[in-house]
Design a protein around this ligand. Structure first.
Ligand SMILES: *Cc1c(COP(=O)(O)O)cnc(C)c1O
Length: 367
């Protein structure tokens, strides 16, 4: 049996014929930059997340960058993120000239460990940037309390958590400016690069609209230093169609996630799934397991691959250990040890029970 890591086919097929019609209409209209298609998706996405405003952007990395600029984060400021942050979360901080600080993660949830945040706060700290990895979040209640106490902004990286909630509220509605990626493999994915920022702040919304469009507040009136970070209308069309199936696709992922949990518990293997943060729901962007200490992950992945099971690792090298990163490193022993033990199992809309049973069976044998 073949089990791919990803399969975009089932969600693509749901909108394919309608998308082709929309694309044809777009070509006939001949307006290819911003416009009503982008505005329409922005309305839909802010309504879905429960924020007042949304600014469509070119991709998730730019959405994070836009969020940080709009929050006034600048050279010399410090932004607290987490050890296992994605590359783009950290480079966004570097792009505004700020200094990323790394809080270690919880060994159970692999989300930011809120107890590690306050010790990193200095007079220069301006924001906390939690990265909601794998489909859930850390303790957003505690993060909001810390931010309030120290007068810090929150910028959420929601690129892996479309539709997930904390305490009944959607992720992306906690911080001042929050970023989404619609990279094709995300729970809501475009047919190319796309991203968005969501916010409740009208002034920052207006500033962001200008920032993503060369800093223009009106034609040829460049009030801000801005670059081109616009969302393409053709991607906005794709997203407006796919958003209708997001809850259905997320529900199917949750069902598959719970089934993996059940199978792993039954198999009594030493492999354990990532735990959920209390009060958090997960949309299972990824299904990540933690291997026993000392397990040979490379050999394990090779054995799985011989049985036609594709796996991945998110991420094998913490960003502060990547060759490009020359900045300050905070000690994150749990991040370092977990980077060697995590494994992402096949997870996508359309994975079936037989495939999941096969994955867990082979995984148990291979270990
Ligand atoms: C995908 C992703 C991004 C970047 O999104 P792009 O659209 O690829 O720029 C940022 N953060 C996290 C956590 C991601 O998973």
């Amino acid at each position: 049996m073949k089990v791919p890591f990803q399969d975009l086919g089932p969600t693509t097929n749901k909108v394919k014929s309608e998308f082709l019609k929309k694309a044809e209409q777009l070509l006939d209209r001949g307006r290819f930059i911003l416009g009503e298609e982008v505005l329409e998706f922005e309305k839909r996405w802010s309504a879905y997340i429960g924020t007042k405003y949304c600014i469509g952007a070119s991709n998730g990395a730019d959405a994070l960058y836009l969020s940080l600029i709009a929050c006034g984060i600048k050279a010399g400021d410090e932004v607290i993120t987490q050890g296992n942050a994605y590359n783009a979360s950290v480079t966004a901080v570097l792009r505004v000239g700020a200094v990323p600080r790394f809080a270690d993660i919880s060994a159970d949830t692999l989300e930011i460990d809120v107890a590690k945040i306050e010790p990193l706060i200095t007079a220069k700290t301006k924001a906390i940037l939690p990265v909601h990895l794998y489909g859930q979040s850390g303790d957003m209640g505690a993060i909001c309390a810390i931010a309030k106490k120290h007068n810090l902004k929150i910028v959420e990286d929601c690129a892996q958590a479309h539709g997930a909630e904390f305490s009944g509220k959607k992720l992306g509605s906690f911080g001042q400016m929050n970023a989404f990626s619609f990279y094709p493999t995300k729970n809501l994915g475009a047919f190319g690069d796309a991203g968005a920022v969501v916010t409740d702040d009208e002034l920052l919304y207006k500033e962001c609209l200008a920032l993503r469009n060369l800093g223009q507040v009106a034609k040829n009136d460049h009030k801000y230093f801005g670059t081109n970070m616009r969302l393409d209308p053709i991607q906005a069309e794709a997203l407006s169609l796919k958003i209708k199936f997001l809850d259905e696709a997320n529900t199917a992922r949750v069902r598959a996630g719970k089934y993996y949990d059940e199978l792993l518990a039954k198999s009594r293997s030493e492999i354990r799934p990532v735990s959920l943060t209390p009060k958090a729901t997960s949309v299972y962007h990824l299904y990540v397991v933690i291997l026993p200490q000392g397990a040979d992950r490379t050999a394990l992945q090779r054995k799985l691959s011989e049985k036609e099971i594709e796996t991945a690792v998110h991420y094998p090298t913490p960003v502060y250990r990547q060759p490009f990163y020359k900045g300050r490193r905070d000690a994150c022993p749990i991040t370092d040890s977990m980077a060697e033990r995590i494994l992402s199992l096949p997870m996508f809309y359309g994975i079936n029970k037989e495939q999941q049973e096969y994955v867990v069976e082979i995984l148990g044998k291979a270990l």
